[in-house]
Design a protein around this ligand. Sequence first.
Ligand code: GTP
Ligand code: MG
Length: 420
Amino acid sequence: MSEPVVAVGLVLPDLPRSVAEEHMQELSQLIDTNGGVVVAAVLAKRPRPDPATFIGSGKAEEIKALIGERGAAKVVFDDDLSPAQVRNLEKIVGVPVIDRSGLILDIFAGRARSREARTQVELAQLEYMLPRLTRQWSHLSRQAGGAGGGAKRGVGETQLELDRRIVRTRIAKLKEDLVKIEQNRETQRKSRRSVFTVALVGYTNAGKSTLFNRLTTGGAEAMDKLFATLDARSQKSAFEMPRETVVVDTVGFIRKLPHHLVASFRSTMEEAVAADLVLHVIDGSHPQASEQREVGQQVLGDLSIEAEKVIEVFNKSDRLDEHFQTPHGKNAVVVSALTGAGVEKLVDAIRERQLGDGEMMTIEVPHDDSRIAARLHEVGQIYEQTVTDRGVIFRAWIPRDAVHLFHAYSSRVLEHAKVS
Ligand SMILES: Nc1nc2c(ncn2[C@@H]2O[C@H](COP(=O)(O)OP(=O)(O)OP(=O)(O)O)[C@@H](O)[C@H]2O)c(=O)[nH]1
Ligand SMILES: [Mg+2]
């Protein structure tokens, strides 16, 4: 059964209410992903956060009443709270209070499968927990299988000091483990240096794994949950490419991602840094698409990934209405990973990146024009050919200096001709 939760957000003067509501929508998705259900959502409006209770003690009392009314077991905040704010709030409302980082860390902990992801999440959790350890805290050293094993209290050391020492020791151990895991990854990456790697990055739930499955022979789990993917997974391209190509799926981003997670998932995101090409997947149908795009750009910037290495992939085109502004230029493609629409264009864009100076063209050669067919075989790289009653339609890469030879045969020109 889902745990009943009260969701709380704060509206500051510079935030439009509609945006605050979208953010609450996302919070409720996070809560749902974590096995909870929102039984009441509260937006508190204030000029600034209250240092003691974040939302003010009056609002906290209102929430307490709501909890009683709706039978809620927990309160979840859309923002991060200081340890003192959590304590003060819990005193008023009488149920556990979870902040945004705590919630996201919980989700990650529930999803982590590989040794690397589990190490990364545990490290982030402990770093988060350390300043929050208090005397009321359950004693770590007594927990079977807990962080400390059989640590004993030193002379003059309080239980709290012991708990902190146990956590710090564990943090140091996890950091060492991560260094080893990273070295392994690095070795693997070096062994495939001649391979062209394409990394899929972007906001959580944008459709990275669905697109990964389209571009490869599949196997990634895709679902309507936030942070379905935590591990970087790589697989060969299912499409024929000029170079041997591997596609890498990665962990998603979210706005206000807990900084402990950013730090510990750095090695996973290194996959994007090391990639030859980055596909920044954006859910174009999302009401917050432009904010999500900015979050992605921010992360790519933080990773020092140059813009030239990035193609923006506007996904979920099957859900777009006619008002959607189709992005222009070589660095943007519109696809539906679900239906496959536009994927061929994206694959062409990847091929073009690999081949450098040239263009992917669709060229229709009439049956009686053997001269141009010969020319095409001579200078082009042919990926597909379809025989029709009029001629043969080729998908081919043509070097820049030969593009003009085929203009009259390219389907773009043919389509124009049909219209006029
Ligand atoms: N309508 C529509 N839905 C899509 C499309 N692509 C993906 N989805 C759906 O969006 C949801 C999220 O897809 P995923 O591929 O898991 O997204 P992701 O980016 O890998 O998400 P995380 O791993 O959680 O960060 C799933 O329910 C998909 O079926 C698309 O082109 N159109
Ligand atoms: Mg995924």
